[in-house]
Design a protein around this ligand. Structure first.
Ligand code: URA
Length: 210
């Protein structure tokens, strides 16, 4: 079973985690990706946003949510009155997983599988322990199912503040609340982008008021 566990330092805070994450070989995704994309933001932070995995831009720049989905998220956060720089942003999986388009240069995002998500989990647990958010916002089904349970449905249960589930590794230090919404990249691709954006914004406004 692949796991990042042996690469995760048990002390030293965010900087130590980020530095160690650059050498992670806990699963095979490091082979094709350009670099590890660790979370970004302050610790502690009241809000933590969790996406799926870095995209093409994030892989090249080494920072989460700096591509098209990130720009859309920035706009939605701004409209909801949430200050991005005071929140911590990260992903369930820290390497970009992709296939190359036939003959083309474009790298096409592939969903991480369950083993890759499990392998990367020790990084997310360490981030939760150091950042100690009060509210975790899951962006999209991958993050929502991974944190809130495999039967969680973003379509059915988005935009609702929930008690953060009991996670043995987090003990009593766990976040108080969780909320799931759609992934910003689904808004970028939506046929009716305007209404998809309004939906994301409405969910973020629930977070802003919490
Ligand atoms: N999509 C994600 O889930 N995370 C990023 O960092 C960028 C795009």
């Amino acid at each position: 079973e692949s796991t990042a566990a042996p690469y995760v330092p048990d002390r030293g805070g965010l900087r130590a985690l980020e530095e160690a994450s650059r050498g992670c070989r806990g699963c095979d995704l490091y082979r094709a990706a350009s670099q590890t994309v660790f979370g970004a933001g302050p610790a502690p932070a009241r809000l933590m946003f969790i996406g799926e995995q870095p995209g093409d831009r994030e892989d090249l720049e080494g920072e989460p949510f700096v591509g098209p989905a990130g720009r859309l998220l920035d706009r939605a956060l701004g409209d909801a009155g949430i200050d991005r720089s005071s929140a911590y942003l990260t992903n369930v999986v820290k390497h970009f997983k992709f296939v190359r388009e036939e003959r083309g240069k474009r790298r096409i995002h592939q969903k991480p599988n369950a083993a890759e998500i499990r392998a990367c989990r020790p990084w997310l647990t360490a981030e939760l322990q150091v950042v100690r958010p009060e509210i975790v916002v899951c962006l999209g089904a991958t993050a929502a199912k991974s944190l809130l349970g495999s039967s969680f449905s973003v379509t059915a249960d988005r935009g609702v503040l929930l008690d953060f589930p009991d996670v043995p590794e987090l003990g009593s230090q766990r976040p108080r609340l969780a909320l799931a919404t759609v992934h910003p990249s689904s808004v970028v691709r939506a046929p009716d982008r305007r209404s998809a954006f309004q939906g994301l914004l409405a969910d973020l406004e629930v977070v802003a008021r919490a």
